[in-house]
Design a binder for this molecule. Structure first.
Ligand SMILES: [Mg+2]
Length: 257
């Protein structure tokens, strides 16, 4: 247990924060502005990306971009709105958006002198906003001029597969096996692939329970496939449980010697 704790890499969305709640808030804002539920899904989805000058689809999600896409969509339906009401989102954007146990886990890591790193998607504005609102900006910093950061940002090119893996690979070059590194993520298949790629990295998959795309069976499947592939993968139900696993002191085993 002591071996993989020089560095802990945390995924952000769905791992430390309740991303599904934020998605729902955006969709509800679209509905309140005049969209149907299906249209709200569509607006949210198309607000995630935009094509750059070369025609490459880039991840560009932000509140501003969502507003633009929503207004354009509403205009097609002949609905005019001056201002989008973001109060539903505002009420979500506080420390309550942290998943239970997130802060305690980070505090514990700090207390043990462990280096912490955040890995997140390549669209900075919205990521920054979430970090600030949740109080995670106390732990994680973007690179700012000469000041080093501890946030790894993935490529924002939507067509590139396995972007998290690529981002890890280029940031962990000195330590390509993942030795000394623990990775905490919420998606089962992505975690499986990373565990296989970095066989010495201890990978924990902790489900975001609001994310209905993955049930616990999927985590079990991902775990056995990762292990077959030579990776270290454990599914853990909550961050609180993970905290106990990583940091609880060894208990007296009851045997008298
Ligand atoms: Mg995630």
């Amino acid at each position: 247990m002591q071996d993989n704790k020089d560095t802990i890499i945390f995924d952000l969305d769905g791992t430390l924060i309740k991303t599904e709640r934020l998605k729902d808030a955006f969709k509800q804002i679209a509905i309140d502005s005049g969209c149907t539920s299906c249209e709200a899904d569509e607006v949210y989805k198309s607000a995630r990306t935009a094509k750059d000058k070369e025609g490459t689809e880039r991840l560009v999600f932000s509140r501003e971009h969502f507003t633009k896409v929503l207004k354009e969509f509403l205009a097609q339906k002949n609905i005019e709105v001056d201002e989008i009401d973001f109060s539903r989102l505002e009420s979500e954007l506080s420390e309550d958006i942290l998943l239970p146990g997130a802060k305690e886990l980070l505090e514990e890591a700090k207390k043990h002198g462990i280096k912490i790193i955040l890995i997140t998607l390549g669209e900075e504005v919205w990521q920054q906003e979430k970090l600030k609102a949740s109080g995670l900006d106390k732990y994680f910093y973007f690179k700012d001029g000469k000041k080093e950061g501890n946030v790894i940002i993935t490529d924002n090119n939507e067509k590139v597969k396995g972007r998290k893996m690529e981002a890890l690979r280029s940031n962990l070059d000195k330590n390509i096996t993942g030795e000394g590194v623990t990775f905490i993520n919420d998606k089962p298949w992505e975690t499986r692939d990373i565990a296989i790629e970095f066989p010495e990295m201890m990978c924990y998959a902790v489900p975001e329970h609001d994310d209905e795309r993955y049930n616990l069976t999927k985590f079990d499947e991902a775990q056995s496939q990762a292990k077959e592939g030579g990776g270290k993968f454990e599914g853990v139900e909550t961050l609180e449980e993970l905290n106990r696993r990583l940091f609880s002191k060894e208990r007296y085993d009851g045997s008298r010697k």
